[in-house]
Design a protein around this ligand. Structure first.
Ligand code: HEC
Ligand code: HEC
Ligand code: HEC
Ligand code: HEC
Ligand code: HEC
Ligand code: HEC
Ligand code: HEC
Ligand code: HEC
Ligand code: HEC
Ligand code: HEC
Length: 320
């Protein structure tokens, strides 16, 4: 394994120059591959330690079914590599000569099932680091939840992302309290299959808190779907931009309509717009010096009148 890793770094250097030429290579579907060919070649290039690599055909003499079922794997589909074979067995399991010569001694080949999370991650990231550079710093990486906690290369069925199980079931195996949240009366339709955890989170790590694709404060994860709340508005409700959607809404699920954090809209508003902090809201002060209306005694929802609560282009009091 050590030798394999040393060979890797040598080839990485050698192929450094090739990178510029190959960087623009597009994948089969025309979009740029997230994995650079430099990375993909380096573990499988046979020119360096050719003697230790035996090739997939040899593996197939004993592991015929594995090779057969591998044909539909995204790893086998990179036409530019190895005469159309893509990533071969030894790209992940390392050179197989010793294993083959010993007649299949399982200790002489890299076994993901026996490896630590860090070793697994390092092997996968050898090629996927460009796409997922933050993984080891992410809550998953730090907690030892490795690539193979969520992905299965051989047993993922037809899933193109090679997930062990579809979302959200995959996530619920560990995040049980999140499962309860989505079971509340008002919730985003994740269990119903209309959206996925990964619409809002990148489980491979982000620079944001809670592995959010972008911060709640910046709201972009929410406003990409709820475009009408995005603004900019002529009259902003500053809390939307300053504290984010989660200042008033629970993202997963809530016992309250509209996914509100509290059961009563007025209670929500009065957390900030109370009669005791009038000075913070100059517009809410009447000519007599008191509140423009006694908010606490309103029996109807504040949003009956202040309906454009996310901001308005028409009125500064969000009436329309
Ligand atoms: C001569 C026959 C033979 C060849 C060729 C061979 N293997 Fe194996 N392999 C075996 C046997 C036997 C086992 C042990 C199976 C067991 O213990 O369940 C094994 C086990 C393994 C394991 C570990 C399985 C586990 O349960 O953890 C991996 C991974 C593996 N082989 C990969 C490869 C790869 C990759 C190649 C090609 C480089 C290859 N093998 C070529 C016979 C072979
Ligand atoms: C992209 C990396 C990758 C490639 C390429 C790959 N494997 Fe694996 N292999 C794994 C991982 C990860 C596991 C652990 C089980 C799983 O995730 O499915 C594994 C497990 C195995 C096992 C043990 C049985 C098991 O399910 O635990 C065998 C045998 C094996 N691979 C053989 C092969 C052969 C033969 C090839 C070439 C056809 C190959 N692998 C290509 C990553 C890879
Ligand atoms: C030798 C390089 C290499 C290694 C090692 C490797 N991969 Fe890959 N992987 C690739 C290439 C190349 C592709 C196909 C290119 C693409 O679609 O971006 C791919 C595709 C994938 C995909 C599907 C991508 C998609 O867009 O649908 C997943 C998921 C994946 N790999 C996970 C893993 C995991 C997990 C491991 C470790 C067990 C691993 N890979 C190890 C090179 C590698
Ligand atoms: C906590 C679960 C989890 C872990 C751990 C995890 N993944 Fe993923 N991965 C996913 C999910 C979910 C998707 C599908 C994302 C989507 O559909 O948008 C995915 C997609 C991918 C893809 C294809 C699409 C993309 O975003 O590039 C690759 C490649 C990949 N993962 C590689 C890895 C590697 C390498 C590791 C380990 C360093 C890893 N993953 C660890 C859950 C995980
Ligand atoms: C194998 C168990 C496991 C699986 C599967 C798993 N996670 Fe995690 N997840 C963890 C652990 C452990 C942590 C770190 C400890 C914590 O914060 O709970 C974590 C952390 C997180 C965090 C950050 C929490 C925070 O407070 O910062 C998010 C978000 C997350 N996971 C989402 C997901 C999603 C989405 C999926 C499914 C695609 C998933 N997880 C699958 C175990 C798992
Ligand atoms: C609509 C976007 C969205 C979806 C879909 C979503 N999340 Fe979240 N998630 C968030 C936001 C926003 C936070 C941060 C909440 C906060 O700051 O109070 C969060 C926080 C978390 C946390 C940290 C602990 C917590 O509850 O605050 C975990 C774990 C988590 N999400 C897992 C998941 C899982 C698993 C799924 C899918 C079943 C999922 N999320 C789907 C937006 C989403
Ligand atoms: C992938 C698209 C998508 C994303 C991202 C998304 N939502 Fe939603 N949201 C929906 C859909 C579709 C509905 C309505 C269907 C339903 O009942 O779930 C909805 C419903 C809601 C509702 C309840 C509306 C009502 O009429 O009851 C609120 C509040 C909400 N989302 C807030 C948020 C917040 C806050 C975020 C960011 C953390 C967010 N959404 C991210 C698609 C999305
Ligand atoms: C100041 C508190 C507050 C903030 C911040 C806030 N909302 Fe709301 N939102 C509400 C209230 C209150 C309602 C219910 C309005 C009603 O009952 O008519 C609501 C309703 C909604 C609805 C239901 C449809 C509609 O427009 O009435 C969606 C979707 C929604 N909000 C999304 C978001 C998103 C996305 C963000 C962040 C960009 C956000 N909200 C920020 C208070 C807030
Ligand atoms: C997290 C604190 C917070 C919450 C919760 C909140 N607001 Fe505001 N709201 C503000 C701030 C800050 C301003 C801007 C005050 C200023 O510019 O002087 C504002 C402005 C307003 C204005 C415009 C008038 C003005 O004083 O500028 C109205 C009307 C308003 N809010 C109504 C509501 C209603 C109705 C709710 C409940 C759905 C609500 N707000 C919830 C903080 C909040
Ligand atoms: C019956 C309709 C109605 C309801 C319900 C209502 N308001 Fe008002 N609100 C008004 C009117 C009218 C004004 C004065 C508008 C003006 O002077 O331009 C006002 C003014 C305000 C202002 C000062 C900003 C401004 O436009 O002058 C704030 C802040 C405010 N309301 C918050 C609330 C809160 C919080 C609630 C719920 C507890 C609430 N309102 C319920 C009608 C209503």
């Amino acid at each position: 394994m050590k030798r394999f890793l040393i060979a890797l770094s040598v080839i990485t250097l050698m192929l450094w120059f090739l990178d510029t030429q190959l960087a623009g290579a597009a994948g089969q579907d025309g979009k740029l591959s997230a994995v650079s060919l430099k990375d993909a070649e380096k573990t499988t290039d046979k020119s360096v330690d050719a003697a230790d690599f035996v090739g997939s055909e040899t593996c197939s003499t004993c592991h015929a079914e594995v090779l057969k079922s591998f044909a539909g794997n995204p790893h086998a589909k990179l036409a530019m590599l190895h005469g159309g074979k893509g990533i071969t067995c030894e790209g992940c399991h390392g050179p197989g000569k010793a294993h083959v010569e010993s007649g299949g001694d399982a200790t002489k080949i890299f076994r993901f099932s026996q490896a630590t999370a860090k070793q697994v991650d390092a092997t996968c990231l050898g090629c996927h680091e460009q796409a997922h550079p933050n993984f080891e710093r992410s809550p998953h990486g730090e907690a030892g939840v490795g690539c193979t906690s969520c992905h299965s290369v051989h047993a993922s069925g037809n899933d193109l992302s090679l997930l062990k199980a579809p979302q959200p079931g995959l996530c619920y195996t560990c995040h049980t309290s999140t499962e309860s949240a989505f079971a509340l009366p008002f919730h985003h339709q994740v269990d119903e299959g209309l959206m996925k955890c990964s619409d809002c989170h990148d489980t491979h790590g982000t620079f944001k808190r809670k592995q959010l694709r972008t911060t709640a404060e910046e709201n972009a994860i929410c406003t990409k779907c709820h475009t009408d709340t995005a603004g900019p508005f002529a009259f902003e409700h500053p809390v939307v931009k300053a504290e984010g959607c989660v200042a008033c809404h629970t993202p997963h699920g809530s016992p309250n309509a509209r996914l509100l954090n509290v059961s009563n809209v007025n209670t929500l508003c009065l957390q900030c717009h109370s009669a005791t902090n009038l000075s913070q809201f100059p517009n809410a002060v009447s000519e007599q010096g008191g509140p423009v209306h006694n908010q606490a005694t309103q029996y109807v929802a504040c949003t009956n009148c202040h309906s454009q609560i996310h901001g308005s282009n028409a009125t500064y009091n969000f009436f329309r």
